[in-house]
Design a binder for this molecule. Structure first.
Ligand SMILES: NC(=O)c1ccc[n+]([C@@H]2O[C@H](COP(=O)([O-])OP(=O)(O)OC[C@H]3O[C@@H](n4cnc5c(N)ncnc54)[C@H](OP(=O)(O)O)[C@@H]3O)[C@@H](O)[C@H]2O)c1
Length: 352
């Protein structure tokens, strides 16, 4: 193996975020990638998959103890729980289990990248200071992302490897079977609206339609994550990563409706979790009617997350200038991102 050759362990390789990281690293050419998840995936050139339950320390030691060649760990695993407090134990334990299994055996370890988000700024709790900056003061726990970062900082002291923490906004990607997937939720909601002969109505809270927000394209995020993990200037630093433009649903929603060739009707606050609960048989009939790739309704139903995002009746954005100051200059227009991701879902015959 040449000194330049790098071995990535992508933890959470089936996620909205992890899947794009695996793709990006595989395309770069000078990386070998090990993808880690419970479900696993198909091996191909430069990419192998490991099935591990990160909540089981024994399973981690057994299956990760041989990863002596890993140079970079990209941590993007996630366990969903109903409350902020319940998120802490499993999400901290998974990171600790990976690091404790890999760090002692991987003698060439150079970097551990941690995927975070705007929860670090309290964005999920209510109106928070915008634009949020990496230097902003912390907030009252529980907050699993903060606990994860503190664990990494403690663990790194006196070691040869470095860490980085990446903070995206809502991520735009098309992985399936994931709890946090806004783009798939919108695409399926729009497709079902169309099937029922309905216009596209914004289902969020009154007020959420007019507020400023931003998103982070999963492809852009993958590039930024690898950049921060390999540029020495980024050692032991956190970075907000976003598309670079702001939008309001009142402008974006009609554009989304236009993509699905639907008229727009005035917003009507409703819980997607509630109103989409009985649409499974309709979805199955649509899969048949349009000859779609068989996809379980549960795997395209991020309704709780949709409700969460559409409940933000306050501005939701962070300052992305630090990443630019440190040398990352890419951006994605959010409308173009939505269209490209919807196109991808159509190409893969996930939606009609
Ligand atoms: N999605 C967003 O919009 C967004 C926005 C900002 C920040 N974030 C943050 O980014 C991080 C990753 O989010 P994501 O949306 O990419 O998550 P995700 O789509 O739910 O992916 C989670 C990954 O973790 C794996 N995983 C879960 N439990 C596991 C276990 N016990 N053992 C091994 N692997 C396990 C899953 O694969 P298997 O199911 O196959 O195990 C999957 O690959 C989270 O901290 C999240 O809060 C996400």
């Amino acid at each position: 193996m040449s000194a330049e050759h790098k071995v990535a362990l992508v933890v959470g390789a089936n996620g909205v975020i992890g899947r794009n990281l695996v793709e990006h690293l595989a395309e770069l050419g000078d990386w070998t990638v090990v993808g880690l998840s419970r479900r696993g995936g198909a091996d191909r050139e430069r990419v192998t998959h490991l099935q591990v339950d990160l909540l089981d320390p024994e399973d981690c030691r057994e299956k990760l103890g041989g990863l002596t060649h890993v140079t970079h760990v990209f941590y993007a695993a996630y366990q969903d729980r109903p409350t902020w407090a319940e998120l802490v134990p499993p999400n901290l334990a998974m990171l600790v289990n990976v690091v404790e299994a890999v760090e002692p055996v991987a003698s060439g370890l150079r970097h551990i990248s941690l995927m975070q988000g705007y929860k670090v700024y309290g964005a999920h709790l209510g109106p928070f200071k915008t634009p949020a900056r990496e230097t902003d003061a912390g907030h009252m726990p529980p907050e699993f992302m903060v606990d994860q970062q503190e664990f990494l900082e403690r663990r790194q002291r006196g070691k040869a490897w470095t860490w980085s923490a990446i903070r995206p906004s809502v991520v735009g990607g098309t992985a399936l079977g994931n709890p946090l997937n806004l783009v798939v939720a919108i695409a399926v909601y729009a497709s079902i609206s169309r099937e029922l002969g309905l216009p596209l109505r914004f289902p969020g809270k009154p007020g959420a339609y007019d507020k400023l927000l931003e998103m982070t394209d999963a492809g852009l995020l993958a590039k930024a994550t690898v950049w921060a993990a390999t540029d020495e200037r980024c050692a032991n630093q956190a970075f907000n990563i976003n598309n670079g433009d702001l939008f309001r649903w009142n402008e974006m929603w009609p554009k989304i409706a236009d993509y699905f060739e639907l008229p727009v009707a005035p917003p009507l606050p409703m819980s997607l979790d509630v109103v989409m609960a009985d649409k499974e048989s309709l979805w199955n009939a649509m899969v048949e009617k349009y000859d779609l790739t068989p996809t379980k309704y549960a795997d395209v139903s991020s309704w709780t997350f949709g409700d969460f995002v559409f409940s933000w009746d306050y501005d939701m954005f962070a300052d992305g200038a630090k990443a630019r100051r440190f040398g990352f200059h890419e951006y994605v227009e959010t409308e173009t991102m939505f269209r490209a991701l919807f196109d991808d879902l159509r190409r893969r015959k996930i939606i009609p």
